[in-house]
Structure formats: structure tokens, C-alpha cells
Design a protein around this ligand. Structure first.
Ligand code: OOG
Ligand code: MG
Length: 262
């Protein structure tokens, strides 16, 4: 830990205000070049604490930057972890108000819901599959609080991994009933295909992202609780959206979900 408590609190307040007021900012490592990974996650934890104190419920967890397409698009090499909120949850077919966001993008994700708790270290795909209740498709709407989506990994972790809105739904499947690596993923914007992929784009197997999250939490004395919903990370590059856009995600065997941007 390189930053003091007061600086962590100040940066959390600043980033959360940027989120709540839909205002962008420069990446925080510009002013705090020696902040470390612990600082980054402590700032994210402080944002979570502020939200919970105000009555927000944590709706789930997320892994990000888990596909090579996403890592390449954002210029980073390691996955990151964050959380999603109750107010970020949009019903299937529902509306996302663009005026509440800075520069939203959509990404196709495979979403896990856990039957059992998972605790690292030593968590692997087998443990994840055994602990998973079901998977379903989801669209994550990310909205980096950083100007022009330009950040480094520490800055984006502090900014709760750009989490903004999400929709989940479609059809659920038990992990034993699908090969997640070969699951086809098709995302459409206004009826046109804008991105295509397969589950294996996420770290070879999307369950790897969940294992990494369990190991990340385990190193901090925490765990993935039973019942948790987890977004495993964008399968393809994220796609920018604007008011008037309709986005549909179709995932093989898992039906579809959609969002309207207004
Ligand atoms: C960081 C968040 C990435 C994902 O699924 O890869 C993420 C970003 O790209 O702004 O949620
Ligand atoms: Mg994502």
C-alpha cells in the first residue's frame, strides 16, 4: 500500500462522483504514479462501501479483460475484478438512458450463477464447474470514467472496472449440458452483426475467469459466496453505442437478451 487512507477515500469519492454525475476524468495514476495493486482494489472497495452505506445492493461480481480481444483493445495484459449494482441491472429488453452515462460500450458475456461458495487459492475449472448452478447470457454496458476510455490497469481497477449497467436473461443451462468453449456468441446492433466469438475467447474457457476471481479473493481472505452471479468478461471487443441503438446478444443454446439505448 503506497497511498494513505485519506488519499484512497478522496480518490474513491472522486471516481464515484464521476460515475454518478456522468463526468469524465483523467486516469488517477497520472497524479499518483506509485499507487500499487492493493491501493487500486482498496479504492474500489471504498466505492463499494460508499454505495452500500447509501442503500445500494451489490447485485454480483465481474471479471474483466479476460479475452485477448479486450486486452488488446484496452492495451493491458491481465484480467481485473469488480462488482455490479442493483441500479445497474436492466430488465431484458429494457432501456438504458445514455444521458446517465459518459461513453457507453456493450460487450457480450457468459454469466455464471453459483450454487456453492468458492474459495481460492487452488481453485481451478473443475471446482468452478462443480460449484456452478447455471450459466446464462448477458450484455454488460461498460462506461469508463476516464477520458476517451484511456487508462492503465490500476486506474481501471480503482474505477470498478468500468462497470455501469448490465442485462442478463435468455435461457439457463447447467454447465454439464454445454461446452462453454465452443458456445457461439453473436452480438447485433440495430439488426447488424457487430461482433462474433466463441466462449474459448475468454481465457480458453470462461470458467477460468471464475477460478481466477476465486483465487484473487482467496488471497484477500474472501470468497465467492453461494448464489453469487458473476460476469465472466467480454468475449469480444466492446462496441460503442448511442441513443437510438438496439443491441441483441444471441448465445448458442442460451437464447438471447437485448437492450435499448435512449
Ligand atoms: C474494463 C472493463 C472490462 C470486460 O468484460 O472485459 C470488462 C474496460 O474495458 O473498460 O468489463
Ligand atoms: Mg465486462
Amino acid at each position: 500500500m503506497k497511498l494513505d487512507k485519506a488519499t484512497i477515500a478522496k480518490l474513491a469519492e472522486h471516481l464515484e462522483n464521476c460515475e454518478l454525475n456522468a463526468q469524465d476524468t483523467l486516469k488517477i495514476t497520472d497524479d499518483h504514479p506509485d499507487m500499487d495493486w492493493d491501493d487500486a482494489y482498496l479504492i474500489q472497495e471504498e466505492i463499494k462501501r460508499r454505495k452500500i452505506a447509501r442503500g445500494t445492493k451489490i447485485a454480483g461480481l465481474k471479471a474483466g479483460l479476460t479475452s485477448f480481444a479486450k486486452m488488446k483493445q484496452m492495451g493491458v495484459e491481465t484480467p481485473c475484478f469488480g462488482f455490479v449494482t442493483d441500479y445497474g441491472c436492466v430488465p431484458d429488453g429494457g432501456e438504458v438512458k445514455v444521458s446517465e452515462l459518459i461513453h457507453p460500450k456493450v460487450e457480450p458475456e457468459i454469466v455464471f450463477v453459483m450454487k456453492h461458495a468458492l474459495k481460492g487459492p487452488g481453485c481451478h475449472i473443475g471446482a468452478v464447474l462443480a460449484a456452478t448452478d447455471f450459466i446464462m447470457p448477458g450484455i454488460e454496458v461498460i462506461d469508463s470514467r476516464y477520458r476517451d476510455f484511456k487508462f492503465d490497469l490500476k486506474s481501471v481497477i480503482a474505477d470498478n472496472t468500468s462497470a455501469a449497467r448490465f442485462v442478463v436473461g435468455g435461457q439457463i443451462k447447467a454447465p454439464a449440458d454445454v461446452d462453454m468453449r465452443t458456445l457461439g456468441v453473436v452480438m447485433e446492433k440495430n439488426g447488424e452483426v457487430v461482433s462474433l466469438g466463441a466462449g474459448a475467447a475468454v481465457l480458453g474457457h470462461p470458467a477460468t475467469a471464475i477460478a481466477m476471481l476465486a483465487n484473487h479473493l482467496g488471497a484477500r481472505g474472501q470468497e465467492i459466496p453461494a448464489g453469487a452471479m458473476i460476469l465472466s468478461g467480454g468475449v469480444t471487443e466492446a462496441v460503442a453505442v448511442a441513443a437510438g441503438d438496439n443491441v441483441t446478444l444471441r448465445v448458442q443454446h442460451l437464447g438471447s437478451v437485448s437492450l435499448k439505448f435512449v
